[in-house]
Design a protein around this ligand. Structure first.
Ligand code: FE
Length: 265
């Protein structure tokens, strides 16, 4: 069980299934509690030991992010908040939200950011004051989500929004994909010192059985190729010096999809 405290909030990371993370966010002053993307209910209910849950926050409708909704809601009275565009696919949803909406957790406010790409209605929750972003399957440590229900240009716009947040923002993404992402990133930027430093950190963390989540936005800007498609080093490697950022992003994402299939990941 990993608990990090950050500017009045604590975040507990629950690893579930093969590579999913469920997050428990607590407002330390009021004790208000939120669960982010509950893949399943039982690991959450086990650590809660009967505590009340105020909110369930869903970043998107995929089963590995919502399947715990109904049971946690029934046992704790939590309200379920998720993307307005996906209410029909989210079990137990009470409130659909869109970019610009706010969600209160105790004395903290999360701002909703629209980040379509992995799903067409995907949202992220940004606790601006505390400096935390719950990004779901949008960006991962050294990688990004697969573009499944939108166009690559839309996914790029979503990633570009995240690029503009404060660099010290802690990014809590919903999967542990860092080692696989690192292998691909290394084929794109083999000489990137920031990337090499992260690869060493990932090896240390995984050997110790620890999550690589969260990382900071500053780290991703320095080491994650999907946030660096405007860099000459990446553009020349991909042979697209004159392309728009989204086109370079789209090519990079296609290369990653092919890399996954090649490695049978
Ligand atoms: Fe997922």
């Amino acid at each position: 069980m990993i608990v990090e405290k950050c500017n009045g909030l604590s975040v507990q990371i629950l690893p579930v299934l093969e590579d999913n993370y469920i997050f428990l966010i607590e407002d330390l002053r009021t004790g208000a509690l939120a669960v982010v993307d509950p893949t399943e209910a039982s690991p959450v209910l086990d650590v809660l030991e009967g505590r009340r849950v105020d909110l369930i926050l869903n970043t998107h409708h995929h089963w590995d992010h919502v399947s715990g909704n109904t049971e946690i809601k029934r046992k704790t009275g939590a309200r379920v908040i998720g993307p307005a565009a996906e209410v029909d696919d989210i079990p137990g949803i009470d409130r659909g939200v869109i970019g610009g909406d706010t969600v209160a957790l105790g004395e903290h406010i999360a701002l909703v950011i629209d980040v379509p790409g992995n799903t067409s209605g995907h949202i992220a929750f940004w606790f601006k004051e505390a400096g935390l972003l719950f990004s779901g399957d949008t960006i991962f440590h050294l990688g990004c989500g697969r573009v499944q229900e939108a166009m690559p240009a839309q996914m790029w716009t979503s990633i570009d929004k995240i690029r503009k947040l404060p660099p010290e923002t802690l990014i809590y993404s919903s999967h542990e994909y860092a080692a696989d992402n690192a292998r691909f990133a290394l084929t794109i930027e083999p000489d990137n010192a920031a990337l090499l430093k992260q690869i060493a950190r990932i090896e240390d963390k995984r050997q110790a059985g620890m999550p690589t989540v969260p990382s900071t936005l500053a780290t991703e800007l320095a080491a994650n190729p999907f946030l660096r498609v405007d860099r000459a080093s990446i553009r020349s490697r991909l042979g697209c010096m004159e392309s728009a950022n989204w086109e370079v992003f789209a090519k990079l994402r296609r290369m990653k999809d092919a890399f996954r299939e090649l490695k049978n990941l």
